[in-house]
Design a protein around this ligand. Sequence first.
Ligand SMILES: C[S@@+](CC[C@H](N)C(=O)[O-])C[C@H]1O[C@@H](n2cnc3c(N)ncnc32)[C@H](O)[C@@H]1O
Length: 212
Amino acid sequence: MAWKNDQVSLKETEYIIDSATSALEIEGDFVELGCYRGDTSLCLAEVVEKYNKNLQNTSDEPVENSGENLARKLWIYDSFEGLPEKNREDESVLGKEFVSGALGVTKREVKERFLKAGLKVPIIKKAWFNELTSDDMPEKIAFAFLDGDFYGSIKDSLNLVTPLMTSGGVILAHDYNNLALPGVKKAVDEWLTGKNVKTEVFETLIKITIKN
Ligand SMILES: C[S@@+](CC[C@H](N)C(=O)[O-])C[C@H]1O[C@@H](n2cnc3c(N)ncnc32)[C@H](O)[C@@H]1O
């Protein structure tokens, strides 16, 4: 189900759900950096929960060294203090409403939305992305949704998830083609230089599939 979302369009939400569902074939957990109120996180939680329930019903013996019969977890991250300061890469006449402190919600509000929806509460971490280390992350990531709006936030997110991505795993960054948030494209394009990946742009999303 695509939860009502004022940050991501319905078409984009469906694309995110499809991409996340395909990533279930890959070993690793799911992460979202920049969860805000948790609208996309609720969709991802449903994908993960459906998969895990199915696994409980069908799995017999665990297969050694294979991720295919492991339950997936969802990890979500946010400052819960809203957006940080912009860098010069983020400046745009179209993006005046994106200011430091905008989009602030509390961790408790997000947790309560999962409880209300009857979904398992994900691992929720409150931090600025540049404070996070690999200790705060899953060991392996199959699917990463990056929605931090700004140059520094996307750059920090990419640096965090890159070494943890499984081969065949997917990174989806939001606002790639959003002229109001030019720092996102700048950070992603810088990161893409020299990388062995496959990319696809859909609306304002860029999907990056890791090849090795
Ligand atoms: C556009 S909202 C995310 C929307 C959400 N993904 C959804 O689909 O509903 C961006 C979020 O990223 C968070 N954020 C941006 N930069 C951050 C940073 N550097 N560290 C931590 N949180 C950050 C903001 O607090 C905000 O909640």
